[in-house]
Design a protein around this ligand. Structure first.
Ligand code: 5GP
Length: 204
């Protein structure tokens, strides 16, 4: 039997830099996670590509996916749906590959309830003022959306207590190192390696 892959969930408030940290992590030569592309009803930003940054779908299509039980998790975030298609994650984990998700906090908590051995990492900002600057400075959203995101971020930060690990994103390369430390020690956990030892030791 193939050993099941590991599911790692990177989450945290909008604007904290989840996307940047994830992209930097995936450039590391020793990281071979499969990234699960999310589905959203939000409109693509300038350079975003369908199937790469997100699967961009209509509200009706998204709701159809929910109804058919095809989402591992989903959440409504600032007037749009975001969610993780179930099939890709399950198939990849079953094939023994590790899967990486980058999602907001409500969706992460749905996974916490359904996938007990997933790993939950919360990316934290150095402070809230800086978080606001990042949301404004990104320049991709209008002021009304930015204000909603700032309000959401303040409540999202309180969710940190529900996570396994807190990773400070003071500098991208430091945050990446911290996540690599988590991944490396998770790989050594007894309950993850036990199947290999059982095969070695036999049945008695
Ligand atoms: P953005 O519109 O900035 O791309 O994303 C808004 C928020 O939605 C971010 O916090 C992002 O991490 C989150 N997000 C992206 N994909 C998913 C997903 O599949 N599920 C959930 N719950 N949140 C997601």
């Amino acid at each position: 039997m193939t050993k099941k892959g590991m599911l790692i969930v990177l989450s945290g408030p909008s604007g904290v830099g989840k996307g940047t940290v994830r992209k930097a992590l995936f450039e590391e030569p020793d990281i071979d996670f499969e990234y699960s592309t999310s589905m959203t009803t939000r409109k693509p930003r300038n350079s975003e590509k369908n199937g790469v940054d997100y699967w961009f779908v209509s509200k009706e299509e998204f709701e159809e996916n929910i109804k058919n039980g095809e989402m591992l998790e989903y959440a409504k975030y600032v007037d749009n749906y975001y969610g993780t298609p179930l099939k890709y994650v399950n198939q990849t984990l079953e094939s023994g590959k590790d899967v990486f998700l980058e999602i907001e906090v409500n969706g992460a908590m749905q996974i916490r309830a359904n996938v007990p051995d997933a790993i939950f990492v919360f990316l934290t900002p150095p402070d809230l003022v800086e978080l606001k600057h990042r949301l404004v400075g990104r320049g991709t959203d209008d002021i009304e959306v930015i204000n909603k995101r700032i309000k959401t971020a303040a409540s999202e930060i309180k969710m940190m207590r529900n996570y396994d690990y807190a990773v400070l994103n003071d500098r991208v390369e430091l945050a990446v190192d911290r996540i690599k430390t988590i991944i490396n020690s998770e790989r050594l956990k007894v309950n993850r390696v036990m199947p290999e030892y059982e095969a070695m030791l036999g049945d008695d």
